[in-house]
Design a protein around this ligand. Structure first.
Ligand SMILES: [Zn+2]
Length: 342
């Protein structure tokens, strides 16, 4: 199997965006805002939005199943208050659940959390519980910066985040560390803020002892780990100066990287530097980079091509990246697949 562990519902019917725009327009007058029941999207509309887009590309490129979550840039946790985010995340998660029900062999859910700047993360636990227990989701996206580029929350190693970590450990669900839209003009959302956050999250874990506290906690750092693999020597050296254990022992039983690196040299570096057991296949299509690479003639986000073309990987390593690691990290996904006969 080829499991794509990083997909977002970027192609949801426009009614969703219209509903959100109304919600945002009425932040100060929520009584005038749209009700949840005002959003009407039929199964046929969901099917069309998936079949024409993500599913078409999965078939064309040859991946089998996508771990699917709400559109990351639309989470926009900085907008409004906790209630704004709670209603919005519940709506977005339900759509993901419906996609899973309509395409049970191709899509499985990962939750968006109702985070809000300055609000205790324990308020997000109920939505996570619902998504795992009722919707059968196998993972979640955790935003380390719900302020949208102003970094006002404590680092991920701070007990501030423990209520979410405790629930993740209880359910054995991994979190993709994923920020949302930048509202800081200094940081382009997908070109800077995302990669900064990936790097920042890794360094927050490096300087702390979070995984001593939570030995079974699992983070997936997307976008190939930001700057981490490229600067692995710097991080090893910093860990040494901080008298931390070797990174393999300190972080690599808990931190994983995806393959959303959109060119061959980047994938070559990732697979040379990071142990294969820590790399999970992903494309994040249809996402930040939707064009065709003029150097290759193929879509930048057709990441399977880079894994296939790698001269460093053997068949067993490819299998780990495509399927084995994902099933080991997302244990609920493994159980789901076993039930389907995989
Ligand atoms: Zn993403």
């Amino acid at each position: 199997m080829i499991i794509d562990c990083h997909g977002h519902y970027t192609t949801a019917p426009k009614a969703l965006e219209d509903w959100r725009n109304l919600q945002v327009a009425n932040l100060k007058t929520p009584e005038l805002g749209p009700k949840v029941s005002d959003l009407k999207i039929s199964d046929d509309e969901l099917i069309e939005s998936i079949e024409k887009n993500q599913l078409a590309k999965m078939i064309e490129r040859g991946s089998d199943l996508t771990i699917f979550s709400p559109r990351a840039s639309f989470m926009a946790h900085h907008i409004g208050d906790f209630n704004t985010s709670a209603t919005w995340s519940a709506i977005c998660n339900e759509l993901i659940y419906r996609v899973n029900q309509l395409f049970p062999h191709q899509f499985i859910g990962a939750a968006m959390l109702p985070q809000s700047p300055g609000v205790d993360p324990k308020t997000a636990v109920a939505e996570l519980e619902k998504c795992v227990r009722e919707f059968g989701f196998v993972g979640l996206n955790l935003n380390p910066d719900p302020s949208g580029g102003h970094w006002q929350e404590p680092p991920l190693s701070d007990p501030h985040w423990y209520p979410i970590f405790e629930k993740m450990v209880e359910y054995d669900v991994p979190a993709m560390i994923h920020v949302s839209t930048s509202c800081n003009a200094c940081f382009h959302t997908t070109g800077a803020h995302y990669l900064n956050a990936d790097t920042t999250a890794f360094m927050q874990c490096l300087t702390a002892d979070l995984f001593k506290e939570f030995p079974t906690l699992k983070f997936l750092i997307p976008h190939g780990g930001g700057a981490v693999p490229y600067h692995w020597g710097r991080f090893r050296g910093l860990a040494q100066e901080l008298k931390k254990p070797l990174l393999e022992e300190h972080l690599l039983n808990n931190i994983y990287f995806d393959t959303c690196v959109y060119h061959q040299p980047g994938i070559n570096l990732l697979t040379e530097v990071i142990p294969i057991k820590n790399i999970l296949f992903a494309s994040e299509m249809i996402g930040a980079v939707r064009g065709i690479d003029p150097q290759t003639g193929f879509y930048f986000d057709d990441t399977k091509r880079y894994i296939e073309a790698s001269t460093q990987l053997n068949a067993d390593e490819r299998h780990q990246i495509y399927e084995g690691n994902a099933r080991r990290v997302f244990t609920r996904l493994d159980q789901y697949l076993v039930k389907q006969g995989h």
